[in-house]
Write a protein that binds this ligand. Structure first.
Ligand code: PNW
Length: 458
């Protein structure tokens, strides 16, 4: 058996809009996802997160299911508009109570809460009044909201993630328009990203200055897939590196090194906003760990004007800006998102991060897969998901054995949920959710994961 370090953090993850439901209960204000999902045609089958898994009412049961799996940590997100219905101003005490009860319940079950402050559900009022992430006021509003969370929950929460996947918020929300707020542009993603990075840095600065006594850690989670050069030609090698820089280094370089990658500054010119020297200082060093969400791998080739990428979401960003073509190998198995299953890509990406960012502690805050699971005689035999996790966890174990400080792993997701533009059709859960009865049923993968955790190895 391949063992993990004794203190390896085994977890599972969700996010507020995807599971909570209670979209307008107990004083919660609308978010951009409530608005976006209400527009016909934006979401598969016009589904919404209005009810989702009704975790808002069933969280005690969910905590028990997590306890049964033996997870040591649970990563969830706070809905900004549940705490501050219009994003600023008066606090909604009922919202605070909900998260407070959830945190207490987790602690009673011996599970560490890992709290994400922003998993894309921006208060709608901030979109309408402040132009969302294009608005220069957003960083301060986010910092103010973050401070309220540190203040109310920081006595019990010791692990904070400011933003989940700012790449997705910026690129899919402002570039391709497939996620809220549904805008399409080749400039706005870079502007939105700029404000997201500043927002992150301001929140971390407040945490460190005013809440140091809480003795917690704080960081950011970025997403990145691996880009494997299609050939060993210099042009393809450079294309793969450039693709990673436009994907991950776009956010990680400012935070870990102080500024955007040079290749982005050169290629984007005035479309890429600039940080002042003061801002660079503010931003640099604002993550205590490297949070990574990782799902797949693609080949990257120097763009030759012929090939188009293939993915459910356009996970290559704006390819004209990069001159990169992305391809899948037809031999790679794919999930129902059409994301290829390539465990060695995970290992290579972890090495790339380790080298580029000087050996930070890495937490994989999401990894998982969607398959068309079906319930047969009360059971879900998701053998493909077990194989997926086995492959990726083996890659993680090998990476640790190489000496790379990978400290934890959160399986996405604890249960089937609202998969954004894909609605409820895509099932990423370790638990099957029957969306008629809302019953939760552990899949084969949940039982398998439980065993891995209890043996601390695979
Ligand atoms: C992540 N891409 O989303 C999110 O953090 C989760 O909320 C989501 O359910 C999960 O991954 C599965 O999709 C992503 O296009 C969405 O590269 C799109 C991409 C990556 C991650």
């Amino acid at each position: 058996m391949k063992h993990f370090p004794n203190d390896f953090l085994w977890g599972t993850a969700t996010s507020s809009y995807q599971i909570e439901g209670a979209a307008n209960l107990d004083g919660k204000g609308p978010s951009i996802w409530d608005a976006f999902a209400s527009i016909p045609g934006k979401i598969k089958n016009n589904e919404t997160g209005n009810l989702a898994c009704d975790h808002y009412h069933r969280f005690e049961e969910d905590v028990q299911l997590m306890k049964n799996m033996g997870v040591k940590a649970y990563r969830f997100s706070i809905s900004w508009s549940r705490v501050l219905p219009t994003g600023k101003g008066a606090v909604n005490e009922k919202g605070i109570q909900f998260y407070s009860k959830l945190i207490d319940s987790l602690l009673r079950a011996g599970i560490e809460p890992w709290v994400t402050l922003y998993h894309w559900d921006l208060p709608l009022a901030l979109q309408l009044e402040d132009d969302g992430w294009l608005g220069s006021t957003l960083p301060d509003h986010f910092a103010n909201y973050a401070k309220i969370c540190f203040d109310r929950f920081g006595d019990r929460v010791k692990s904070w993630i400011t933003l989940n996947e700012p790449w997705v918020a910026a690129m899919l929300g402002y570039g391709q328009g497939v996620f809220a707020p549904g805008r399409t542009s080749n400039t706005e993603p870079y502007r939105a990203a700029h404000q997201l990075i500043l927002a992150h840095a301001k929140a971390v600065t407040i945490y460190r200055k005013e809440y140091g006594h809480q003795n917690g850690k704080i960081g950011i989670t970025n997403n990145a897939d691996w880009r494997e050069p299609l050939t060993l030609n210099q042009k393809d090698l450079e294309a793969a590196e450039r693709a990673l820089e436009f994907f991950l280094a776009w956010f990680a370089d400012p935070i870990f090194k102080g500024d955007y990658p040079q290749v982005m500054r050169e290629r984007l010119g005035s479309r890429l906003p600039k940080f002042t020297d003061q801002e660079k200082e503010l931003i640099k060093g604002t993550s205590d760990f490297f949070g990574l969400n990782h799902y797949t791998t693609m080949y990257a080739a120097h763009h030759n004007g012929r090939l188009k990428e293939s993915s459910v979401y356009g996970n290559g960003g704006i390819s004209e800006d990069q001159d990169v073509t992305l391809l899948q190998d037809s031999n790679w198995p794919v999930t129902s998102m059409n994301w290829a299953v390539v465990p060695w890509g995970c290992r290579k990406l972890l090495r790339w991060i380790n080298d580029r960012y000087d050996q930070p502690d890495i937490y994989i805050t999401e990894n998982g897969c969607s398959y068309p699971d079906v319930l047969v005689d009360g059971k879900v035999d998701d053998t493909l998901r077990v194989a997926f996790y086995k492959g990726y966890l083996e890659a993680c174990q090998q990476t640790i054995a190489e000496g790379i400080p990978l400290k934890g792993y959160f399986a996405w997701s604890f249960m089937d949920n609202f998969e954004w533009a894909s609605g409820y059709e895509k099932r990423f859960g370790l638990h099957y959710v029957d969306f008629e009865t809302l019953e939760r049923i552990p899949k084969k993968s949940a039982l398998w994961y439980k065993e891995v955790i209890s043996k601390n190895g695979i």
